[in-house]
Design a protein. Structure first.
Length: 185
């Protein structure tokens, strides 16, 4: 029972950390990254699909993304989807590929991005604490129903707290790295 609770907490915390990594990959740091367009959805013959299901996205250089659709008829739809994606990007096409220049960041925009990254980090910490709470509840229930001893409960609570502290520190480290990436770019 003790191992189950710790495994439950670890799974929840790893999931939160992974989600944070995915969210931060979308936060633009002034550099072209194909992950920047992951949230863009394209109308593909009546159904909305992720951009990477209708085209190849690559970074041509530090300030330019190139989107090469598998079907030339999708160029206009892809261009519209990127414009309407709320990313503040202005794509252009030559009928074959869509080029997406990444504009340099202003000081105010950098501060906004740092704030967004911190919000993502806080959400990850909330998920980590929820994982801790679930594991602690499981341990307390097991102790109440006499499945584990009081000593096992204490040991389990300590292990879960150590796990929580480690994952919160990891989140802080990831955020610090992303913040310096945004500001120093």
């Amino acid at each position: 029972m003790l191992d189950d609770a710790i495994e439950l907490a670890k799974d929840a915390m790893e999931g939160a950390k992974e989600r944070l990594g995915n969210e931060l990959a979308r936060v633009r740091a002034g550099r072209a990254s194909p992950a920047l367009l992951d949230s863009v959805r394209v109308d593909n013959y009546g159904s909305m699909v992720p951009l990477n299901q209708v085209a190849t996205v690559s970074a041509a250089d530090a300030r330019l993304l190139v989107v090469k659709p598998w079907d030339r008829n999708m160029v206009v739809m892809i261009e519209k989807a990127i414009i309407n994606g709320g990313l503040g990007l202005n794509p252009s096409s030559d009928g074959v590929v869509v080029r997406v220049p990444i504009p340099p960041l202003t000081g105010e925009r950098r501060r906004d991005l740092v704030r967004d990254a911190k919000d993502c980090g806080e959400n990850a910490k909330i998920s980590i604490r929820q994982g801790r709470r679930d594991a602690n509840d499981l341990l307390k229930e097991a102790e109440k129903s006499k499945d584990i001893s009081e000593d096992d409960l204490k040991r389990g609570l300590e292990k879960v707290q150590e796990l929580t502290d480690r994952f919160v520190k990891d989140v802080d480290d990831v955020l610090k790295k992303k913040e310096s990436e945004i500001i120093d770019d």
